[in-house]
Design a protein around this ligand. Sequence first.
Ligand SMILES: Nc1nc2c(ncn2[C@@H]2O[C@H](COP(=O)(O)OP(=O)(O)OP(=O)(O)O)[C@@H](O)[C@H]2O)c(=O)[nH]1
Ligand SMILES: [Mg+2]
Length: 200
Amino acid sequence: FFANAQQGTGVVAISKAAQSVGVEINQKRKERGLLPRPVRAVVIGFPNVGKSALINRLLNKRVVESARRAGVTRALRWVRISDQLELLDAPGIIPGRLNDQVAAVKLAICDDIGEAGYDRQSMAAALVELCQELGYIDGFTARYGSAPTTLSGAEYLHQLADDKYRGDLERTSHLILNDFRKGILGNIPLELPTDLTTRS
Ligand SMILES: Nc1nc2c(ncn2[C@@H]2O[C@H](COP(=O)(O)OP(=O)(O)OP(=O)(O)O)[C@@H](O)[C@H]2O)c(=O)[nH]1
Ligand SMILES: [Mg+2]
């Protein structure tokens, strides 16, 4: 199910699908003279992907904390969505070891890994290079006044740091990553679902 937990599109289909899992079991319970029970499900996923936002959207009110950074939800919490559905909001999960370093870099860029876990300048440079490869450089030109066309990620970072922040690479890296995460550089998907990639 594709959904947008920020806007609310597609979220009802998810709750319906979750509820439908209980239909058969509740039918059996009914036959045995037992009262129906709600489906109880856990919302599981990487940090900062919108798990809590999904719960808030389903209730159309802010029942659990949701914000644009990894590690917002710190404890398990049951939330009653309806008579048929209860959802457990859970902290984000990342594998203890990420063997796929390309995926790990993308997760860091998307703020799915705590800041202590990566080098900000390397991630900002990696983001610039990914956007070069994917052809998303217009947002950079519009925002910073220069396109990262012929430069490496690190070179572009240095150039921008000299232009904007007297060579402060840390501040410049923060700016680029933050602009990307806020969507200021455009709606840039770092990868597409496999079926979409193979179809095109
Ligand atoms: N663009 C977009 N942003 C979303 C969507 N769903 C949630 N967000 C935003 O993503 C950010 C993270 O949302 P959370 O609900 O805190 O994410 P989480 O998975 O609960 O995060 P943790 O509790 O830290 O694991 C918030 O700024 C949301 O507004 C979505 O479908 N699309
Ligand atoms: Mg959360």
